[in-house]
Design a protein around this ligand. Structure first.
Ligand SMILES: NC(=O)c1ccc[n+]([C@@H]2O[C@H](COP(=O)([O-])OP(=O)(O)OC[C@H]3O[C@@H](n4cnc5c(N)ncnc54)[C@H](OP(=O)(O)O)[C@@H]3O)[C@@H](O)[C@H]2O)c1
Length: 303
């Protein structure tokens, strides 16, 4: 029973499921997978020998339920999605419970470009994650490692579609600005592998764990696509960075309660303004992970 127990919160989500798989790929690891509804197919699919599937709602959990949820863990990994009640309040409560239970580290649901480098007010989702990070550092982190995995943008057709950038059926790749802004790219699977490795690490893990598969601007991305697929992606400008900022303001005032109208544009600012590029990557800490380049992700069919 010397296995390391890793608690994954949000384990039924897309990244959560991949992290559970990456953890189980290692011997001597057990996973406590916390999901809101264990009967949901995504959650039920997690059932395996070394997995304890447990119902847990991060928004309504009592202190006692949180303490029970993290008990005995070596690390807690959060892939929670939600508003400030989840990303700030629920994650802070979980991190506090983890510290009280003498858990070695808490890995937050960051998984983005460098959230510390993006100015406040550019992307509301990033603001919540930065607020969590700042508060965790000042209110919790003494006695527990609080770690934020940052990997840039997932190299993935759905993420590119969400951002309004890729229309694969028309062979079009869109961009804001001059198209020369470098972008950090990592696959979902590699992000999960790095996160699992960081969760299990016996060494101190830095607060800001930058990892990446590639760094390419949209021209480099289109070249990689052509080299793999043999077909060209037409590059199409959506406007200048000033146009992008104006579009965010316009959409926010027209449809304030429809986040799908403006959130992708806020992420586009994070990507194309170039302020949130990752710091020096720490891939070398985990030499067993050969992170995919953009071309390799395209060849695998991720784009
Ligand atoms: N950089 C990028 O390109 C990029 C792209 C996408 C996502 N991300 C990041 O990756 C992370 C994971 O995203 P994802 O796409 O895997 O998210 P997801 O599939 O939506 O999963 C999020 C999980 O959180 C769970 N959850 C939400 N509220 C909860 C609560 N109150 N109690 C317990 N569980 C709760 C959901 O449970 P239910 O299943 O019950 O709803 C869901 O399983 C996030 O930090 C996200 O911002 C980054």
């Amino acid at each position: 029973m010397n296995d390391k127990l890793i608690v994954v919160v949000g384990a039924g989500g897309r990244l959560g499921r991949l992290i559970v798989q990456s953890l189980l790929a290692q011997p001597s690891v057990r996973v406590r997978a916390l999901v809101r509804d264990p009967k949901k197919p995504e959650a039920a699919g997690l059932a395996a020998d070394r997995v304890e599937l447990r119902a847990f709602d991060a928004a309504s959990a009592s202190d006692a339920e949180r303490a029970e949820a993290v008990k005995g863990a070596f690390a807690v990994v959060s892939t929670l999605q939600g508003g400030p009640d989840i990303i700030i309040d629920a994650q802070l409560s979980l991190a506090r419970a983890a510290k009280a239970a003498k858990v070695r580290r808490f890995i937050s649901s960051a998984f983005s470009y460098d959230l510390f480098a993006l100015p406040e007010g550019v992307n509301i989702n990033t603001d919540w994650r930065r607020t969590f990070a700042q508060r965790a550092k000042s209110e919790v982190a003494d006695g527990i490692e609080v770690v934020h995995v940052m990997q840039g943008i997932f190299t993935d057709k759905f993420v590119l579609g969400f951002l309004g950038l890729l229309d694969a059926s028309k062979g079009v790749l869109r961009y804001w600005g001059d198209g020369k802004t470098p972008i950090d790219w990592t696959s979902w699977e590699d992000t999960a592998r790095f996160t699992a490795a960081a969760a299990l690490d016996d060494r101190v893990v830095p607060e800001r764990l930058y990892v990446a598969g590639d760094r390419l601007d949209v021209h480099g991305f289109a070249k990689a696509y052509e080299s793999v697929r043999g077909t060209k992606l037409a590059l199409e400008s959506l406007g200048s960075l000033d146009d992008l900022r104006a579009e965010v303001t316009r959409k926010l005032s027209a449809e304030p309660s429809n986040m799908y109208a403006w959130l992708p544009l806020m992420y586009a600012r994070g990507v194309f303004e170039g302020q949130a590029l990752l710091g020096p990557t720490l891939n070398a800490r985990y030499p067993e992970i050969a992170a995919e380049t953009v071309a390799q992700s395209i060849a695998r069919g991720a784009v």
